[in-house]
Design a protein around this ligand. Structure first.
Ligand code: HEM
Length: 512
């Protein structure tokens, strides 16, 4: 207790001294190459770290990808930061990202162990947070075959079709009652139901409804906890501050809630009998009961739940955020909206709706989605990578265990790579054949290299179908006389970056 109190006092003292330390050191912050504390190594340039907290004061309380871009403008597109006791390199240009994710991918394809993601992944047992190694490779290959592969994506097409129909009928019903449409809520509800059906063969919402997801609060808080700051990650000796501050209790509470959700589904499935649904839950529970030589190891119950967490979180929020930002950009750009809508309605023809077989004809809509992912990559900083062995990046020394942060958001807006980088301008892709599948480093919303998102095709299939149909079925407008220029585009940071304010719109059913 005494140690706790002394520690707390020290911390309070330090926080009080912080403004003074910032004053003393910040004016000296310059673009210099620095030597690390062992003296020998030359680190990439970066702001001068303060004693104890390093550069954390430059980030805390700010939208981190924006703060990192500001720093990179001063210190360079490969920058070194000290975050408490953790060393990090930050890539803010296509060139720097390519160096980490292509040239040195084999060395940077592990993950740091951060408290919140470790908790939610049952100790790093899932695909997304597993360190690089044989186990991760086997899990990724297995999930590729059972969930992400192209034949699986196609086999889920009837689920996407039905869920998008439900979304359209929910919008129609609200619109005919004169209600405003909270598209942010509905998008989350749509992708939550799609992911749930793909994994558990059941919806989360009431039959025929796609308004509010019952998991909304849980998903939001888990994503915020995973991206937020806690002391233990950056000052291991101050782990107890996370206990005193209530952060740990909140983490445990949300973890238990998520765990209960999975337990309930697992128990129900075991009671009803395995093998009837042939969905992802069946596939992984069978591998808990029986050894599968192609997987190469028995799944434990925690392995099963960690994989459920990947599908539950990975597949929902990222897709919802893309639809949310895409529609927000179209509301700010009525001419682009009109052009996209005309294309969609022309392809829909007499059937009055877009089906997956039509999607490849929607060239303009695909450019709209690409432009959305350029300006609003859902996970602005990808997922953190970790360097496995001492190496050199662009001639600078980087030591093992350094965290690599790729600012995909800043790269997508980098004027060295893009004309009119802040403008929403889908036509840029008519001449610029840049793709987002991991080989053009100017555009990496799904990452690149060994850790590239395995759910890309699955996510895109749902986004394209939903986007096409909401444009096809409704004429959209901003409420209460808001003009396109007045639409608030502020971001709320989380593992996926949502709009700060939900996107609330008027949907009118066009007269035929
Ligand atoms: C618009 C949709 C999506 C976006 C923008 C997106 C983006 C990303 C990004 C940026 C990463 C990290 C890449 C890196 O570390 O360099 C990632 C990893 C991952 N994503 Fe996605 N994702 C999407 C959809 C999905 C879907 C639908 C699923 C599953 C149902 C999924 C599952 C995963 C998994 C399991 C990983 C971890 C991969 C690994 O560490 O090996 N994602 N995603």
């Amino acid at each position: 207790m005494v140690t706790l109190t002394v520690g707390l006092l020290l911390l309070l003292l330090l926080l009080h001294l912080l403004p003074l330390l910032v004053l003393l050191f910040s004016h000296k912050s310059s673009r210099i190459n620095r030597r690390d504390s062992c003296g020998g190594r030359v680190l990439p340039p970066g702001p001068r770290p303060l004693p104890f907290i390093g550069n954390l004061h430059e980030l805390i309380g700010q939208t981190i990808h924006i703060a990192l871009r500001r720093l990179s403008k001063e210190h360079g597109s490969l920058m070194h930061l000290k975050l408490g006791t953790t060393s990090a390199v930050v890539a803010s240009s296509a060139e720097a990202a390519s160096e980490i994710l292509r040239a040195q991918d084999a060395n940077f394809c592990s993950r740091p162990r951060l408290a919140a993601v470790t908790r939610f992944s049952y100790g790093g047992l899932d695909i997304g947070t597993s360190p690089f190694g044989d186990r991760w490779k086997k899990l990724r290959r297995f999930a590729g075959a059972k969930m992400f592969g192209l034949h699986k994506v196609e086999s889920f097409s009837w689920i996407r079709f039905q869920e998008v129909e439900t979304l359209v009928s929910s919008v129609r019903s609200a619109s005919s009652q004169g209600k405003l449409i909270n598209l942010s809520e509905m998008a989350l509800c749509l992708f939550n139901n799609i992911a749930y059906r793909e994994v558990f063969s059941k919806r989360v919402s009431a039959e025929g409804d796609c308004t509010v997801s019952p998991h909304h609060g849980l998903i939001k808080e888990v994503m915020e906890l995973m991206a937020g700051f806690n002391f233990g990650d950056f000052f291991p000796s101050l782990w107890w501050v996370d206990v005193l501050s209530g952060w740990k209790a909140k983490l445990d509470g949300r973890f238990r809630e998520m765990d209960r959700t999975f337990d309930k589904e697992i128990q129900e499935r075991l009671k009803n009998g395995l093998g009837r649904y042939e969905d992802f839950l069946d596939e992984i529970l069978l591998r808990e009961l029986e050894f599968d030589p192609s997987l190469g190891f028995h799944l434990s119950r925690n392995d099963v739940k960690a994989l459920l967490m990947d599908m539950f979180l990975g597949g929902t929020d990222t897709s919802a955020v893309t639809l949310e930002w895409g529609m927000a950009e179209l509301m700010r750009n009525p001419a682009i909206r009109k052009k996209a809508q005309e294309e969609v309605r022309r392809i829909a023809g007499e059937e009055g709706r877009v089906e997956e077989k039509d999607i490849n004809q929607l060239h303009y809509l695909k450019m709209v989605i690409k432009e959305t992912l350029r300006l609003h990559p859902p996970t602005t900083l990808l997922a953190p990578h970790e360097c496995m062995q001492d190496t050199k990046l662009q001639g600078y020394d980087v030591t093992a265990k350094t965290m690599a942060i790729i600012n995909a958001w800043a790269i997508g807006r980098d004027p060295r790579s893009w004309d009119r980088p802040e403008a929403f301008w889908p036509e840029r892709f008519e001449v610029r054949r840049v793709d987002f599948r991991g080989s053009s480093f100017e555009l990496i919303p799904f990452g690149s290299g060994r850790r590239i998102c395995p759910g890309m095709a699955l996510g895109l299939a749902g986004i394209e179908l939903a986007f096409a149909n909401i444009l096809c079925h409704f004429d959209w407008d901003l409420p209460n006389g808001t003009t396109p220029e007045e639409l608030d585009m502020e971001e709320r940071f989380g593992l996926s970056t949502h709009r700060k304010k939900p996107l609330v719109l008027v949907a009118a059913i066009p007269r035929s």
